[in-house]
Design a protein around this ligand. Structure first.
Ligand code: TXA
Ligand code: MG
Length: 337
């Protein structure tokens, strides 16, 4: 049975006791909700993989509430890595570091590295602080589904699978954290997020966006982050992502497709919604789109439609993170015009 909690100190204390007893706690962060367990307790972490139906070679991020926790779980930290943590913690930023033996191998999918993130969300911060242990937490969703950004979207999917759910309302950002690894003093972005390439470039000009961020992975290809291999966010309905530099080209293409698919559903920017027969408003700015998109991807299967067209955005700044998620949601069914 899942117990529903609010964000009062009393409820957070109860959740923290749950973490210390090896239970699963669903909690909000500024990016998406997470399914948390004591990151130093292998049995507790194992329950996360079972609850999500997640492959055990896909490692989890450890969430911390202060920098002292970093040296408890990671070693051989370079000057550049400290600089990144000082700049971007707390916030939507995950750094991959060499792990210490105290971190159970189930957390890291047997890798010798561990992803570390310090959330800025107060509920997440307080939960970690009260538990006094790093909390292992993947996004709150059954594997393959869009990440949960509010309790309403995910309670059916995860009810009964976790011990506690803490309702902290809608998450601020809506997309998961930027995942970064430093290799030979170069910053590699393994998963783009709200800490953008442009922001990272202020720390060092050597920032590389991993080639798999927007590209499909072919069989047996080596990847720096196991999560890149797995199917993500895709609705059941066929989806096509269209990015046009010129808005008129986008409108014309969708109108042409409407002739072929009379029940077409278009997920598009606010300014375009009235132009098509059926549409869902995803917002106008990248911030609005990032906040709304996972919830929208969960809705599209409720419509009777043979094709969902999703409007792409320019892949710079936060737009790169949006396109990374949308390309996966559309199973790489992508048209650039
Ligand atoms: O915003 C977020 O990061 C959210 C919230 C809950 O903090 N968490 C999240 O976790 O998105 P998850 O497990 O859904 O995604 C973590 C990603 C996966 O793609 C995983 O493969 C990668 O980070 N990752 C974790 N540890 C890694 C490691 N040691 N090396 C390479 N990639 C790693
Ligand atoms: Mg996830």
């Amino acid at each position: 049975m899942t117990k529903y909690l609010k964000i009062t100190q009393k409820d957070l204390k109860e959740a923290a006791i749950g973490i210390n007893e090896g239970k699963l706690v669903l909690f909000p962060t500024e990016t998406v909700y997470g399914i948390g367990a004591d990151g130093l307790n292998a049995d507790a972490v194992d329950k996360i993989f079972k609850a999500k139906g997640r492959k055990t070679d896909n490692p989890l991020i450890l969430h911390i509430s202060n920098l002292d926790m970093v040296t408890q779980i990671a070693k051989d930290i370079s000057e550049l890595e400290w600089k990144l943590m000082n700049e971007f913690f707390p916030g939507p930023f995950t750094l991959i570091l060499k792990k210490k033996d105290i971190v159970p191998s189930i957390v890291t999918g047997n890798l010798d590295t561990v992803g570390i993130r310090m959330p800025s969300n107060k509920v997440a911060h307080d939960l970690i602080e009260l538990s006094n242990t790093p909390i292992a937490a993947p996004s709150a969703n059954i594997s393959g589904r869009p990440s949960g950004t509010n309790i309403k979207d995910i309670y059916k999917e995860l009810d009964g699978k976790v011990d506690y759910m803490i309702d902290g309302g809608n998450t601020d950002i809506g997309l998961e954290s930027t995942v970064v690894r430093v290799i030979n003093d170069e910053i590699h972005i393994l998963r783009p997020g709200a800490i953008t390439k442009e922001a990272l470039s202020k720390i060092t000009p050597k920032v590389i966006v991993d080639q798999h961020v927007l590209k499909e992975i072919s069989n047996n290809e080596e990847v720096l982050s196991p999560g890149m291999k797995y199917k993500h966010y895709a609705p059941e309905t066929k989806c096509l992502l269209i990015y046009a530099k010129n808005n008129d080209d986008f409108i014309n293409k969708v109108k042409e497709l409407e002739l072929q698919y009379p029940n077409l559903l278009c997920v598009c920017k606010t300014k375009n919604t009235s132009l098509f027969k059926r549409s869902i408003d995803m917002g106008n700015t990248n911030e609005e789109i990032s906040k709304n998109i996972f919830s929208i991807l969960r809705q599209v299967d409720n419509y009777d439609t043979d094709l969902v067209v999703i409007e792409g955005v320019e892949p710079i700044g936060l737009g790169l993170a949006i396109m990374n998620r949308l390309i996966r949601a559309c199973s790489h069914n992508y048209l650039e015009i």
